[in-house]
Design a binder for this molecule. Structure first.
Ligand code: KIV
Ligand code: ZN
Length: 514
């Protein structure tokens, strides 16, 4: 029988450290529920000592999730560990994850501590966590650049102090697969009490080797893999969950390890992560990219038509891509819409479904077919939306080769109707300037992108903006067949998120401390 690998998902913590990927509390809870449905064993919900918003998010995730373990990150310091426990104490299966760096580079330049002091701090942290729970993970930050024998000493000491999982991070994505294999083997063979703990690995993708290193670590005896959905994370990202899970699934013959992941939930989860973070999945991304199962070359198409196995190593249905894409339209009933939502990984409450269905009907009146992408855009706009401070009532833009681009806008600001007009270098600039003037916003537009979310002449345009104000970074999305209207909607959505963040602080990339 195959041995089981623990899948520890850190999309909500390390994943959130992706530039611009901050999520609000409601989004974190929705994602956590989907991660549980996906079958991950542990969800790292955040870093409670980093901000009040992160504490709250971890607390709410802990109260919601009943099957998976919920983990909170803490530096090796009493105060951090107390905060972590405060946030996860109501979890059905709480875990404290504490860490300190072990490489000489970090000891000398960052911590200014000796090796002995680091061991003492690590042991104290684990003992302190032991006052709250027996489920304790210890990570040796920058483990891959640490002296292997020192790593073994640290692990021996923390396991004696009560750590039940010891993790080797390749924090800066520096390791090569055969080197990482040797390091994990060394730790396994030279840490005297290693059988009392689960050996874990946590890789970053700076050299594009995170998945290869994770597989090497598992082959060397690690039994927990720390991953994120779509590989999002600090800098170049973390090991991608879907790549590791599907490698183990597809090459079971070689590796002989299995996970508890329901692979059919991979695609819905990937899309949800992309939707709430605004981080688009590159089309050629393994397993979840739009082209991952697209065959362009004639020879390949011919082969696949004769037998899929000629050019396809995974069945698209295994990762949650249905062959029969049920297309909805204006005659579709509530039940069909609900079924579609469930297939896409969205379980809505009765009230949400009623609200969604009304918006669905409005869109279906304008368009012949409603595709999965339209449904997801509607979920993002209608269900995941934060409470509105600003609502768009009316937008009229004049532009052309001779006219000065001018926008006239009517907004509801906290329920009050306000009208304004302004200019810009182009129609979108005119709309944004006018809205900024009316709302008094001083935010900076950091990024702007437009996508056609479905094909055809009546395709919907999806605009994503990233706005920054006083260190807060918010994502805004808007969809509409008219891209100027979609842009205005995205801008207003971003402003609403900024307002929401001011009132409900969440960990945003600018206040990360790890
Ligand atoms: O990359 C890293 O070292 C981390 C640790 C906190 C586990 O994210
Ligand atoms: Zn990391």
């Amino acid at each position: 029988m195959s041995e089981r690998v623990i899948i520890f998902d850190t999309t909500l913590r390390d994943g959130e450290q992706s530039p611009g990927a901050s999520m609000n509390v409601a989004e974190k809870i929705r994602l956590a529920v989907q991660l549980e449905k996906l079958g991950v064993d542990a969800i790292e919900a955040g870093f409670p000592a980093a901000s009040a918003g992160d504490f709250e998010a971890v607390k709410l995730v802990s109260e919601k999730i009943r099957n998976a373990q919920v983990t909170a990150l803490a530096r090796a310091a009493g105060r951090d560990i107390d905060r972590a426990w405060g946030a996860i104490k109501k979890a059905a299966h709480p875990r404290i994850h504490t860490f300190i760096a072990t490489s000489d580079i970090h000891l000398e330049h960052k911590l200014r501590m000796t090796r002995e002091q680091v061991i003492e701090a690590a042991v104290d942290a684990v003992r302190h966590a032991g006052n709250y729970t027996e489920n304790i993970e210890f990570s040796a930050e920058d483990g891959s650049r640490s002296d292997p024998d020192f790593l073994c000493r640290v692990f021996e000491a923390v396991i004696d102090a009560g750590a039940t999982t010891v993790n080797i991070p390749d924090t800066v994505g520096y390791a090569l697969p055969d080197e990482f294999f040797r390091l994990v083997s060394h730790v396994r063979n030279n840490t005297s009490n290693i059988e009392k703990a689960v050996l874990s690995i946590h890789c970053h993708d700076d050299l594009g080797l995170a998945t290869a290193n994770t597989l090497a670590g598992l082959r060397a005896g690690a039994r927990q893999a720390e991953v994120t959905v779509n590989g999002i994370g600090e800098r170049a990202g973390n090991t991608s969950l879907e790549e590791v899970v599907m490698s183990l699934y597809t090459r079971k013959d070689m590796v002989g390890l299995e996970t508890g992941i329901d692979t059919r939930q991979i695609h819905p989860t990937s899309r949800l992560v992309s939707m709430v973070t605004g981080i688009v999945v590159q089309p050629n991304k393994a397993v979840v990219g739009a082209n991952a199962f697209a065959h362009e070359a004639g020879i390949h198409q011919d082969g696949v038509l004769k037998n899929r196995m000629t050019y396809e190593i995974m069945d698209p249905e295994t990762v949650g891509l249905s062959k029969n894409r049920l297309v909805l339209g204006k005659h579709s009933g509530k039940h069909a819409v609900q079924k579609k939502l469930e297939n896409l990984g969205h379980e809505l409450s009765t009230e949400e479904l009623a609200r969604f269905f009304q918006k669905f009907k409005e869109l279906a009146d304008k368009r012949k077919e409603i595709l999965d992408e339209d449904i997801e855009a509607l979920v993002a706009e209608e269900i995941l939306r934060v409470p509105d401070t600003y609502e768009l009532d009316y937008l009229n833009v004049v532009s052309g080769t001779v006219a000065v681009p001018t926008a006239t806008v009517k907004l509801k600001i906290r329920g009050e109707e306000v009208q304004g007009a302004g200019f810009g270098v182009g129609p979108i600039d005119a709309a944004f300037n006018t809205i900024a003037k009316m709302t008094g916003s001083r935010c900076k537009l950091m990024r702007f992108s437009v996508n056609a979310i479905t094909g055809g002449m009546d395709a919907q345009g999806e605009v994503t903006v990233r706005l920054q104000e006083n260190g807060l970074l918010a994502l805004g999305k808007g969809t509409d067949p008219d891209i100027i209207t979609a842009s205005a909607k995205a801008y207003i959505n971003g402003l609403n998120r900024l307002e929401y963040m001011k009132k409900n602080p969440v960990l945003s990339p600018t206040d990360n401390v790890v």
